[in-house]
Design a protein around this ligand. Structure first.
Ligand code: QAP
Ligand code: CO
Length: 173
């Protein structure tokens, strides 16, 4: 399946992703195509809405201590629901749909996640650190929310200005 990344300010990023009901070949093909796309673009997380499939599916591959992202560390998360969250943490986030822009964002420090795998099996996961942050970032995508929506008014204005300039430069080169 050929995929491409939908980039801000594309309105398709604002759709609400639909629950996955069929854990079929089509879902597996989508997930199988998302992984190389994420690795090729230097991503650690990707929601399917970012490749123009607004369904509640996301993948995560948090780098290990050596910065490697082996496929066996890949997490495929379908229909996620956070059942518990605690604490606060700040991390400089980016997003494949908002290229070249990074800002500090406050998230919950730890969470408990209920979700399904690609076969529809129910799973529970306790997350902290970068995994917890990435889960919250990707779950926001399912609601049509981007990390830039969490910036203060002043920082958002600064972002819009810088981003517009970046898009213009990209077009002219
Ligand atoms: C979400 O983000 C995330 O601007 C995943 O030029 C971010 O994979 C989770 C990327 C921070 C936790 C912490 C961004 C690649 C990748 C860019 C990504 C870029 C190239 C972002
Ligand atoms: Co993102």
């Amino acid at each position: 399946m050929k995929l491409s990344i939908v980039e801000y300010p594309d309105k398709r990023l604002r759709l609400k992703s639909k629950e996955v009901k069929n854990f079929d070949k089509k879902l597996h093909e989508l997930l199988d195509s998302m992984y190389p796309m994420m690795i090729d673009t230097n991503g650690i997380g990707l929601a399917s809405i970012q490749v123009n499939h607004p369904i509640k599916a996301l993948i995560l591959n948090i780098p290990d201590e050596d910065g490697e992202q082996p496929r066996e560390n890949l997490l495929e998360i379908i229909n996620p629901v956070v059942s518990h969250c605690e604490g606060e943490t700040v991390y400089q986030e980016g997003c494949l749909s908002v290229p070249k822009f990074y800002e500090d964002i406050t998230r919950y420090e730890t969470l408990t996640l209920n979700y399904q795998d690609r076969e529809g099996n129910t799973k529970t996961l306790e997350a902290d650190g970068l995994l917890s942050i990435a889960i919250q970032h990707e779950m926001d995508h399912l609601e049509g929310i981007l990390f830039i929506d969490k910036l203060s008014y002043a920082r958002r204005k600064k972002f819009e200005k810088e981003y517009k300039r970046m898009l213009k430069e990209r077009k002219s080169s």
